[in-house]
Write a protein that binds this ligand. Structure first.
Ligand SMILES: Cc1ncc(COP(=O)(O)O)c(C=O)c1O
Length: 464
């Protein structure tokens, strides 16, 4: 596998390249790239993003990029690689060891965690009685359920059907969280080197996943205005992505929730372009207004849409239960693919998840208003203590997307960690856009933690 470098990672490596030495822009770019290679920051074997992606993210013309790369090829620093683009000369670098963004969000472990956008603990789970007899009867006696426990698959299929997406049990695969479902689907739909259109910013775990599967992200700028359907059409026509990964309900990290008319117009463009979509509905149950517009998959007539869901945000991430909805012909192949890496999800977790789904309306009716109130509390605290920050009012989900008055998200995250509170940087969620002025803050925390966490953030901000 090649070590493909993402555009954001390369931007970090190049720093303020445009004010470097060299009279021309291409000269400065070549100089900064040369330095990155000479210092080992950009190791031998690394494959650069496409020229088009580089031109877009560095905000220069394509010819500036081509000239700079040609200069380094002539110097023997870079080389063209058949079928995979431009690489740093030398033995192929080891593929990245795995996720690079998620460890910084999930692996923090000390202080007040406002970084992971997930419930603080298992408290949101309703009381579910697990009867061992029922457990043994619930599936094959050996306990291996590659497609999932029938009772849970059925409960998930019924929920989709209630939401306007008629679904049969056979179309549902239970996965180890949505993350597993996303990986299964992407490996099935795309090949290394393919392009994948993604919201920008997006769910940070997707950025890690695309890098590890050697897929090239094409960022669809996501603003407070929601899904830019016209922009999507332009990007698809220009870049011909193999698949589009879209959060069509509540969006992580902005908290924006797509409206019915937006989904209708998105569906008609997806049909027209015959676009394959991976639809992420992980946050769909967490719209504060309680609305449940029918998913994109229910609205298309021609486009293929695979749907991903999870119990993690409504209930608890520790169950590691998610699901993937795909046409039966595809779901059978996905189950076979899944068997090469794991033999099925935990049966006790599936039994608990099925229990949660039987109490779905009760859980949602507690969770939605609680989250809405907690979001308002966090916004109020920020208004009082950090008045120069600008918070996008979320319509759902667990987090606030906050714009700082300067591009210091990374510094703030470092300083606040030292003061015992962790946040996610905006850059962790950005594909090509510049996330340096943004942070993501999860407010689904006990009130005392949220108050103390924001107080500590204000202290860190004073230092900046
Ligand atoms: C949009 C989105 N998709 C997928 C996931 C992965 O969820 P799971 O815990 O079910 O693997 C997350 C988790 O934060 C998410 O926010």
């Amino acid at each position: 596998m090649t070590a493909r470098v993402g555009t954001n990672a390369l931007l970090n490596m190049l720093g303020d390249w445009s004010v470097g030495v060299g009279a021309t822009l291409h000269g400065r770019l070549a100089d900064s790239l040369r330095q990155a290679v000479e210092t080992g920051v950009l190791p031998a074997g690394s494959v650069l993003p496409s020229e088009r992606a580089l031109a877009r993210s560095l905000a220069v013309s394509r010819s500036t990029i081509t000239t700079a790369l040609n200069q380094l090829k002539a110097e023997g620093i870079l080389e063209a690689r058949q079928g995979s683009g431009t690489a740093v000369v030398g033995a192929e670098a080891a593929a990245p060891a795995g996720a690079t963004i998620l460890p910084g969000i999930l692996g923090v472990g000390h202080g007040i965690d406002l970084a992971a956008s997930t419930p603080a603990d298992a408290r949101a789970l309703p009381t579910v009685e697990v009867d061992l007899e029922a457990l043994l009867r619930a599936g094959p006696r050996h306990g291996y359920t590659p497609a999932g426990l029938p009772a849970l698959r059925d409960a998930v299929a019924k929920r989709f059907t209630l939401d306007g997406l008629a679904t049969e049990l056979d179309e549902i695969i239970i996965t180890n969280g949505a993350q597993h479902g996303l990986a299964l689907a992407l490996k099935f739909l795309a090949r290394p080197g393919d392009r994948v259109l993604v919201d920008d910013p997006t769910y940070p775990g997707m950025i890690d996943m695309l890098a590890s599967l050697d897929l090239e992200p094409v960022g669809l700028p996501r603003t407070a205005g929601g899904i830019d359907v016209g922009g999507l059409r332009r990007l698809v026509e220009q870049h011909r992505p193999t698949v589009a990964y879209l959060q069509t309900s509540v969006h992580n990290p902005t908290g924006a929730a797509a409206l019915d008319w937006e989904l209708r117009s998105l569906a008609s463009v997806c049909d027209e372009l015959n676009l394959t979509v991976l639809e992420d509905l992980v946050l769909a149950d967490l719209r504060y207004d309680g609305s449940r517009p029918a998913p994109l998959a229910a609205r298309v007539t021609r486009a293929e849409v695979l749907v991903i869901g999870s119990i993690s945000k409504l209930g608890w991430g520790g169950l590691r239960i998610g699901w993937l909805r795909a046409p039966t012909s595809i779901s059978e192949q996905l189950v076979r693919a899944r068997l090469t890496a794991d033999l099925g999800s935990s049966v006790p977790s599936q039994v608990i998840a099925a229990g949660v789904l039987t109490k779905f309306d009760d859980v949602v009716s507690v969770r939605q208003p609680t989250l809405g109130d907690r979001a308002q509390l966090a916004i109020k605290l920020i208004d009082e203590l950090l008045p120069t920050w600008s918070v996008l009012e979320p319509q759902g989900g667990l987090s606030l997307w906050i714009e700082l008055p300067a591009p210091v998200g990374e510094r703030l995250s470092q300083l606040s960690a030292r003061m015992g509170v962790t946040i996610a940087t905006g850059a962790a969620a950005c594909v090509e856009s510049d996330g340096a002025s943004f942070i993501r803050l999860c407010f689904d925390r006990p009130e005392v933690q949220l108050r103390e966490g924001i107080k500590r953030l204000a202290k860190a901000w004073q230092e900046i």
